[in-house]
Design a protein around this ligand. Structure first.
Ligand SMILES: [Cu+2]
Length: 203
């Protein structure tokens, strides 16, 4: 039962069409499980069902420290909170040092029936670290009980082995993109911008 329910759940969630039955253990995952290096990427946390048949009332998602500019969406009827934490050493974000980073995103204040699909989106800056696995450990609180999707595998193991765990953490693997997000690298863009401004200056 166990292995088949994992496969059914993943196929259900990935296909977004097939919601796995309430008897399958609940899974939360990141759509596509990928993030393009250097992109401001749109991520979707997929909640294909609750804790057994109990509806989901809160999602608390840990944000990988490598991500920058994390901006969540509040689906209709849900509250969203961005919890921050102080960092010992300032880190660069958007070209300037910051001493606080986003730590968790909390969606709450609503009830998602177990037989309905929930999509919780956020945008985030993906680090330029291809092949890095970013874990989005998530605590799914339900009207009755909770599911802690926090199991991971060591970097030395293939990521797909996380599906052999009881409560696999949602994750996304950083991949090398085909092209820069804006279709041009930032250096070339900055140079063109400087040229444009120089031309515009009254002689
Ligand atoms: Cu599941």
């Amino acid at each position: 039962m166990r292995f088949r329910s994992v496969v059914a759940a993943v196929i259900g969630a990935a296909g977004l069409g097939l919601a796995a039955g309430p008897e399958a253990s609940a899974h939360v995952l990141v759509e596509n499980m990928k993030g393009r290096a250097g992109y401001n990427e749109m991520f979707t946390l997929i909640v294909p069902h609750g804790c057994g048949s109990s509806p989901t009332t809160e999602l608390r998602m840990k944000v990988p420290p490598e991500l920058s500019q994390v901006i969540p969406e509040a689906p209709a009827g849900w509250n969203v909170q961005v919890l921050k934490r102080k960092v010992d050493k300032p880190v660069m974000r958007s070209g300037r040092p910051v001493t606080e980073v986003v730590d968790e995103i909390v969606w709450s204040g609503n009830s998602l029936p177990s037989e309905h699909l929930g999509l919780f989106r956020f945008m985030a800056g993906v680090p330029n670290t291809p092949d890095k696995v970013l874990y989005f450990k998530t605590i799914q609180k339900c009207a009755e009980g909770e599911s802690r999707w926090v199991d991971t595998v060591p970097d030395t193991e293939e990521i797909w082995r996380v599906w052999l765990k009881d409560y696999p953490s949602p994750y996304a693997v950083v991949i090398a993109p085909d092209a820069p997000q804006l279709g041009v690298d930032m250096k070339t863009l900055a140079k063109a911008d400087a040229e444009m401004k120089a031309k515009a200056k009254p002689q």
